[in-house]
Ligand binder design. Structure first.
Ligand SMILES: NC(=O)c1ccc[n+]([C@@H]2O[C@H](COP(=O)([O-])OP(=O)(O)OC[C@H]3O[C@@H](n4cnc5c(N)ncnc54)[C@H](O)[C@@H]3O)[C@@H](O)[C@H]2O)c1
Ligand SMILES: O=P(O)(O)OC[C@H](O)CO
Length: 330
């Protein structure tokens, strides 16, 4: 199988290595020539220091060579770059090519998920799927057992992705619930910012457990209102990814949240993380989706207050704790 991986960050590199080692012939594209030239010289992923790229894998900054003649295209750019990247690849996308989004985010203006953006740009007939779940690149490149879900409205596309990605260390389930997968994938990053803030404020494991529990309630409420399935939100792309992102030392969202909880301004926290912090870019869109579907998202609301209205994280927690009394099962 010939695969083009578009985006040479930590996730693009990790999946390119995985697919190459699965026996695919992989071409990895990065958008900055100097980044690719540095990786060609060093042989390693610049976002995953020490992780060596298979010599058989081709590295390029020339988009057409990464796209033409491929059976599968993997979109692994930051969510804020998905639309521009989809516009760039549009002239090259071939009729039966399968496109897999592995990015996590909601577009602020359109409120579209990643697959929604791809279909918006490439047309509803595009064979689009998504791969998501509890999957930190740092652990995937070490071959640590990881389990994810491949989704597409066309189950044949989901099964194609399952066959391409699955190996003895990387187990892939299939699903047709793209909405549930992508809402879970995007909103877990916003809740993880709150979890990180809790860590930065010095709060405890009880607090973290409460944020994860009430966080999946918020994510599920919105996803189900949008047509997602409960099984998806209690599954890998929902609860699974939320747990790993809220608790892992690898999480950029948790790390940025922690720095904010320790007093850094959001922009400074993001600069210090040196990698994409997707929760910041999806927070406003998540809130807008909550309003559109009339779903209450109190934690996400407070994350927006801290990120964009200079509310002290400690006051944000206080606001959540002092909300009106409610029943958990109402
Ligand atoms: N890293 C992980 O563990 C992981 C796991 C699952 C999903 N993801 C998702 O993968 C997506 C990619 O993130 P990442 O973790 O690889 O990011 P990263 O921070 O590791 O690297 C970002 C990469 O994007 C590139 N980039 C920046 N602007 C760009 C643009 N306009 N066009 C093309 N490329 C651009 C940068 O050069 C860099 O190589 C995100 O949506 C993320 O949520 C990441
Ligand atoms: O590092 P994060 O917070 O972007 O999370 C990476 C992956 O989405 C974990 O599944």
């Amino acid at each position: 199988m010939k695969v083009g991986v578009i985006g040479a960050g930590s996730w693009g590199c990790a999946l390119a290595i995985l697919l190459q080692n699965n026996g695919c012939q992989v071409s990895l594209w990065g958008h900055r020539r100097e980044q690719i030239e540095k990786m060609q010289a060093s042989g390693e992923c610049d976002k995953l220091p020490g992780v060596m790229l298979p010599k058989e894998m081709s590295l390029t900054w020339d988009l057409s060579s990464c796209l033409l003649g491929k059976d599968l295209l993997v979109l692994a750019v930051p969510s804020t770059a998905t639309r521009e990247t989809a516009e760039k690849i549009k002239p090259y996308v071939e009729k039966n090519q399968i496109l897999c989004s592995v990015s996590k985010g909601i577009e602020e203006d359109s409120l579209l998920t990643q697959c929604g953006i791809l279909e918006d740009v490439l047309g509803k007939d595009a064979k689009v799927g998504v791969l998501s779940g509890p999957s930190h690149a740092e652990e995937v490149v070490k071959g640590l057992p990881t389990v994810v879900v491949a989704g597409s409205r066309d189950i044949a596309v989901a099964e194609f992705l399952q066959n391409a990605f699955m190996n003895e260390n990387f187990r892939v389930y299939t699903s047709t619930d793209v909405t549930g997968i992508e809402i879970g994938a995007s909103l877990k990053n916003v809740i993880a910012l709150a979890a990180g803030m809790s860590d930065g404020l010095g709060y405890g494991d009880n607090t973290k457990a409460a944020l994860i529990t009430r966080g999946i309630k918020e994510i599920s409420s919105l996803a189900l209102a949008m047509g997602g399935l409960p099984q998806t939100l209690s599954g890998l792309a929902g609860t699974g990814d939320l747990i790993v992102t809220c608790s892992s030392r690898h999480s950029r969202n948790r790390k940025a949240g922690m720095l904010i909880g320790q007093g850094l301004r959001p922009k400074d926290a993001m600069d210090q993380v040196h990698m994409v912090v997707e929760g910041v870019y999806s927070a406003k869109a998540a809130l807008a989706l909550g309003k559109k579907y009339q779903v209450s998202l109190p934690i996400i609301e407070q994350v927006n207050e801290v990120l964009f209205h200079d509310v002290d994280p400690r006051l944000a927690v206080r606001s959540l704790m002092e909300r009106d009394k409610k029943s958990e099962i109402a």
